[in-house]
Design a protein around this ligand. Sequence first.
Ligand code: ZN
Length: 398
Amino acid sequence: MGRKRMAGAGKGGGRTFFTTLKVRLYPSPEQAALFEKTFGCCRYIWNQMLADQERFYLETGKFFIPTPAKYKTGAPFLKEVDNQALIQEHNKLNQAFRVFFKNPEDFGYPRFKRKKDDKDSFTACNHVFASGPTIYVTKDGLRMTKAGIVRAKFHRRPQAWWKLKRVTVSRTRTGKYYCCILYECQAEEREPLLPAPERTTGLKYSVPHFYVTDSGEMADPPRWMKRSQEKLADIQRSLSRMQPGSRNYQETVQKLRLVHEHIANQRRDFIHKESRRIANAWDAVCMRDDHIEDLAKGVSLGGVLDSGYGMFRECLRYKLERQGKPLILIDRYAPTTRTCSACGFIREPVHYKESSWSCPKCGALHKREVNAAKNIKAQGLTQYFRMEKQRESAQLCG
Ligand SMILES: [Zn+2]
């Protein structure tokens, strides 16, 4: 089947986008100690700068945050950690005030950080000198300022042309170190694909199956996800029988954290794999423009992938976009489950969710979710081509 590209579209230079690789770090004891020190110094400098900003504001009525360099004589331990991490705290605090001033209702006043409720992390930017970059990836590690080469495990390798912008190192409550590496990339400029019906799929969000397609495919979350969920329930049950504060209790809490972490990883893996598979297999995907919050509500009633669908949609969007393929969202109030995909008849709303129904007008027998996915696809394509026509005529007039 020939795939048509849109004439005249997509000309011009490449688009810049950012992508993040998350890698597990395995620091040596010395490197781990340095990370811990850096977390502490970042918190310290944040609190110092915040306190001085407040004092300065009270005295002069002006907004000013001193730079980290000012604190080094009084606190020489700051010199032991990567200066870039401290500079980033300065930038973050500035940014926190900027968003607060702009939108005080949604963003609170920047707060002091306490070890017990702050996430242990620091961020450092890469600088490229004539002698080379300060941060770079090696065969099985990540080279950083001060720490040197830290052993790292990559699930996906960066492409050679990606530019490393900055890294954020963090420690989970279970004592694992991770690093998020931010890259700037140039997208390969492609002419958008014109979606053909046979190369387009419609996805209906489904509580038990995650999604159902117009051809009846389902993405049942893998079995192990369910097993982890059961394990979680087990641990929670035994925890409720223990004496809070006891040694057993502490150990079980740690076990609980590990399972939580494991489930989060499994969910992320599943979502990335599913969205990659669909984005590669189809030229266009139609979905309903559901509210992410509403989806989360629905799933908490018994689904396994709570709130994962919103992330799935976003993953799908950018994975399609990078291949010049559209994600077509149709109106969230479209009666897709009540419309007969064979004849277009719209029946009255029903208050229970039956798994199948037959059309009173044409007699077609429908599986509820597959029928809805078919309608989503049909409406998505109609909507897409209507907008294309409008775009074309606008171009002709202009
Ligand atoms: Zn019908």
